[in-house]
Every structure is written in structure tokens, then in C-alpha cells.
Design a protein around this ligand. Sequence first.
Ligand SMILES: [Zn+2]
Ligand SMILES: [Zn+2]
Length: 212
Amino acid sequence: MLRYQILPVTPFQQNCSLVWCDATHKAALIDPGGEIDRLIAAAESRGLQLAQLWLTHAHIDHAGGAGELAERLGLPIVGPHPGDQFWIDGLPQQSAMFGFPPARAFVPTRWLADGDTVTLGEETLTVRHCPGHTPGHVVFHSAGAQRAFVGDVLFAGSIGRTDFPGGSHPQLIDSIVQRLWPMGDETVFIPGHGPESSFGRERRSNPYVQGT
Ligand SMILES: [Zn+2]
Ligand SMILES: [Zn+2]
């Protein structure tokens, strides 16, 4: 079984997710944007072995802690899609602009593409490329757990911003309709900010995607 705990980090209260396979206690951090010591302590307190860092996209609040964590613990950085290379290269400037602790650029150990899978112990999640908020944004879907970790693509009652360089509103809507909705109305998603919801609930009540 896949389990997870949401750990909001940074002044942007970004939902970093500690995810793990409860059969093997192997764990990954999805979007370790900062507060690295707290993230490591959360894994240790559950007796988990941190094995990987997974990134949905390379905005500072999601990726700001990845480079340092990878180096400190010797972990691979998996994702996002190569379309976000320019955001990764810009992490030092992003951190200065928003008053974050200095963040370092890095080269992911493994880039992700649509249809790839990532594995944690006995758990496998499918990767979907969902551009629009950033060009290289990906989401992680566990069909078994009926959960999707969607970063800043979709929120409870809202959608991701598309006014950044490389952003595209029509592309974001396409990503949501063609790559998230097929995961099923019952699927619960963990957004990059704010509370969880389900795709069915958003299709019914989210004004940005209602009726799509
Ligand atoms: Zn973002
Ligand atoms: Zn964000």
C-alpha cells in the first residue's frame, strides 16, 4: 500500500508529500521545496528510508530544497520533464527574488516523460506530462491508492497560474481534461497548495473547469 503525509513547507505553504511503500518502508519526497531538516525528521520519525526525490516542476517552493537534500543524503532527483530546465537553472535567482534561503541549480538524475513510471519498494506510480503552469510540469498517479500528486496544475476550486514564462492557459486546460480526468472521478488529488479534493468534485464545482 502507498501511504503519504503532507508537509507544507516554505512561506508559500507548498504541500511537500512524504510518500512511502508500507511493505518496504522505502520513501520519497515529492516537491521538497525547503525546510529540509523538518522533512528528514518526518521520515526518520516514521522509520522510513528516504530513497528518492520526485519533482512535479521547478518553481522555487517545489524544488528549492532538492539540490541540497540530494547532496546531503545522496539521493537521486527524479523529474520534472526537460521543459523545466530553464526554471531549474533559475533557482538561485528565484530564491533571491522571493527571499528564500539560497537554492542551487542541479541536473536531475532522471528526467521524466509522459507515460513513464516511478517505483518505490512495491509501489509503482505513473507519470503524466501536464504542461501549462510550466512547460515541464508532471504529475504522479497511483492507480492502486487512487491518489494523484498534481503540483500546481489543479487546486480545490482553482487551477494553476499561467502568466509565467512558458505558461499557457489552453495547454493547462488540455492537461487537466486529457490527462487528469481519465484517472477517474473518485481519484483524490493532492495539490501543491491548499486542501485535497477529488477530480469528480472539481468537475462538478470548480468554475475554471466545470463541465469539461
Ligand atoms: Zn508552481
Ligand atoms: Zn506552487
